[in-house]
Design a protein around this ligand. Structure first.
Ligand code: ZN
Length: 347
């Protein structure tokens, strides 16, 4: 991490054409990064300077899709070089978010997301949830009802599974949004993105997690495999999510908000397809970041191919990258007064 995290005169350019999710921060003071001598293990700090002309003052850092690039301020030089060792693309976008908010710009954690960029959708009422389904008269316990009760009884969940799944969904998007150029551009309003799309992407991703857990009879959501979630978002069957209405847990909630059920029922197919695509991109980003697909433009590969690179489960894969304090486990639905709040959120 750089020693000087408080850069008082940052300049930013967002969304120039040609680079997906471009954010540029110009640092008025020289940047330093920690370094270690490979022979003596002595620690020191290295000045970030142009490898061509040596300029260190006024270096700009750019987030370009998933990568960070440093740019020499000298117009005669203008050399650009990889700079993921200085700040990652996600850190640059998080710092820019702080800057746009007028907050002191401090360097975010190098691997965790400490600044939540997921926008809030104004106008929806979380208390207005769908009525219980007509067939949910309590006379029979079907497979979904049994699974719902079982999942809500899992230690540390203590909430209807849809609420837990949407907590995970928000956590997954919270990590992916600053890290992925396309998601940043489409879902982050200051970069031209849509708060409604961000909301519905989370809803469809949450439904995909819910259905994957239901189909696999997985009670503990953190134990769900990412590949199972991606399978629900496969274009061949993802349209089923549009009609999915979780049964919930009676007075404890766990059903969709009425506003979301209405959107899913009435939105044009183009909107639904966009939300499904973006939800798929979120899952893909959690599967690919350690193993980029060499030689391919990854967006052109089918989702099933991209996620097969990773078979890990939800919890271990993402727990250490997400700061629980920065993300709200109960964002979608406030916990009823009778329910016990989870001791530890899944994100
Ligand atoms: Zn230079």
């Amino acid at each position: 991490m750089t020693e000087d995290a408080n850069h008082t005169d940052l300049q930013t350019i967002i969304g120039e054409t040609g680079e997906v999710g471009l954010v540029r921060l110009t640092f008025t003071q020289p940047l330093r990064v920690p370094a270690i001598d490979p022979l003596t293990f002595e620690q020191w700090s290295r000045l970030v300077a142009c490898p061509q002309c040596g300029t260190s003052a006024g270096v700009a850092l750019e987030a370009r899709d998933r990568s960070a690039v440093a740019v020499c301020p000298s117009q005669a030089c203008a050399r650009a070089w990889p700079a993921n060792d200085v700040f990652t693309a996600s850190q640059i976008r998080q710092m820019n978010h702080l800057r746009l908010q007028g907050t002191e710009v401090t360097a975010p954690h190098p691997t965790q997301v400490t600044v939540n960029l997921v926008p809030e959708l104004a106008g929806d009422d979380p208390a207005q949830e769908e009525d219980p389904r007509a067939d949910d008269d309590g006379s029979t316990l079907d497979a979904e009802a049994r699974w719902t009760i079982g999942a809500a009884a899992v230690h540390d969940q203590h909430a209807p599974p849809l609420v837990v799944c949407l907590g995970w969904s928000r956590g997954l998007l919270g990590w992916s949004l600053p890290a992925e150029g396309e998601l940043y551009e489409r879902l982050y309003p200051p970069a031209g993105g849509s708060a409604l799309d961000a909301h519905m992407t989370q809803v469809l991703l949450g439904l995909a997690i819910h259905q994957a857990a239901l189909h696999q009879t997985q009670y503990e959501i953190r134990g769900l495999e990412l590949t199972a979630i991606a399978a629900e978002l496969d274009p061949g069957r993802a349209h089923e999510l549009r009609g999915t209405r979780p049964a919930g847990l009676g007075a404890d909630g766990g059903r969709l908000r009425r506003s979301d059920a209405r959107r899913l029922a009435t939105a044009p197919d183009t909107d639904r397809d966009r939300w499904l695509h973006l939800a798929g991109e979120v899952i893909a980003s959690h599967c690919e970041d350690d193993f980029p697909v060499q030689g391919h433009k990854r967006e052109n590969l089918p989702l099933s191919t991209r996620v097969s690179l990773r078979t890990s489960t939800l919890g271990p894969r993402r727990q250490r990258f997400l700061n629980p304090a920065a993300l709200d486990f109960t964002w979608y639905q406030r916990a009823p007064a009778t329910s016990v709040a989870p001791a530890e959120g899944p994100i």
